[in-house]
Design a protein around this ligand. Sequence first.
Ligand SMILES: Nc1nc2c(ncn2[C@@H]2O[C@H](COP(=O)(O)OP(=O)(O)O)[C@@H](O)[C@H]2O)c(=O)[nH]1
Ligand SMILES: [Mg+2]
Length: 428
Amino acid sequence: MFDNLSDKLQRVFKNLRGEGKLSAENMESALREIRMALLEADVNFKVVKQLIENIKQKAVGEEVLNALSPSQQVIKIVHEELIKILGSHESKLRFANEPPSVFLIVGLQGSGKTTSTGKLARWLSRNGHSPMMVSVDVYRPAAREQLRVVAREIGQPIYEGAPEEKTPLDLARSARRESVNRGRDVLLVDTAGRLHIDDDLMVELQQLKEQLNPVEILFVADAMTGQDAVKSADEFHKRLGITGVILTKMDGDARGGGAISIRHVTGQPLKFVGVGEKFDALEPFHPDRAANRILGMGDILSFIEKAEEAIDKKQAVEMQRKLIENDFTLEDFRNQLKQIRKLGPLESLLGMMPKVGILKELQGVKVDENEINRVVAIIDSMTYRERDNHMIINGSRRRRIAQGSGTSVQEVNRRPSRVASWARSSVR
Ligand SMILES: Nc1nc2c(ncn2[C@@H]2O[C@H](COP(=O)(O)OP(=O)(O)O)[C@@H](O)[C@H]2O)c(=O)[nH]1
Ligand SMILES: [Mg+2]
């Protein structure tokens, strides 16, 4: 997320670091480079123009601020102006006074609507709400089946629909009734998409809007499509009136131009970003944290929040005690690995770290997630006694473990002994 832009901007700041003071000349060339970097990151040209204009005005006005070095001064200004463009503060979801709050999930086909509906239901359920989902895609039975599978996976209810309910409106109305009956406070409506914007799609969505009176109309856009995502968000907003955007596939988008442009172009906030295919890969969008990321300051707050959500504090304290008292077994190690897994893809965690010192070296490191899965599988296939004391693992035990974990005896040989030496070294 934002990696390319972040690298380029840091190069600009580094060049400025050599300058004694901000002058018209060095500011001019820095601005030119910032402009290039933004355009290359696929930021909308109007947004770039506005940003550069704002930065310029501020920089000229702040020439008096001699306490900071030029590069610090420019970083501070760019940071402030980026936040302004991104939307100043986090845009929270709105809820109706009287439940259920209806959220329409709209967007083009393949943008990630169904996945995001599931992610959002999961997120809501973890944040004090009781969501229910319904798919009103009456054209593609596979689309409704997909949401059914999602619902099962995240363990949240779905309104299945009755055979006589043939239109999106029928389905949505019944779903709302059902959510009232079952005491669910949010109804997420996954709508049909098209490959491109067309009148039929818009008329259908307008009808749903009229009948359901949704508090949120969330436009789901694929970040990888860059300015096309921004353009279609804008068009949906003009025709339907969206209340916010969910930008998906940010994990695959190193440029970030869509995220930076959407608010300024549509006037509607980016509320969530999708950062992976799994259902926990959804993050509320914080403009200030995104600006930190873009400027290479990392996103420690998001990291800590994630860690707090996933890591059991009591277990962490217990783990520390065990490490200190040399009481750390393979079973403990396995639990640790599982907790780390819960934090999400390791690469996205590394992306949250500030790009300084040794952490800079870690950027772009490819972590073999399968390696962790294999180690967990091997330990899973051990008995408690074996986990407690790996020294008792002999040839026949090794064969059994290899078979149980779908690995080979060689791998079992290699991995737990490595694990054991890791555990020993971390005790020291
Ligand atoms: N990497 C990644 N893939 C995503 C994300 N969101 C959705 N996808 C994938 O995008 C594809 C289309 O998603 P889907 O929800 O079916 O799109 P829909 O047609 O709009 O309902 C699926 O393969 C999803 O797994 C995301 O945040 N990151
Ligand atoms: Mg879908």
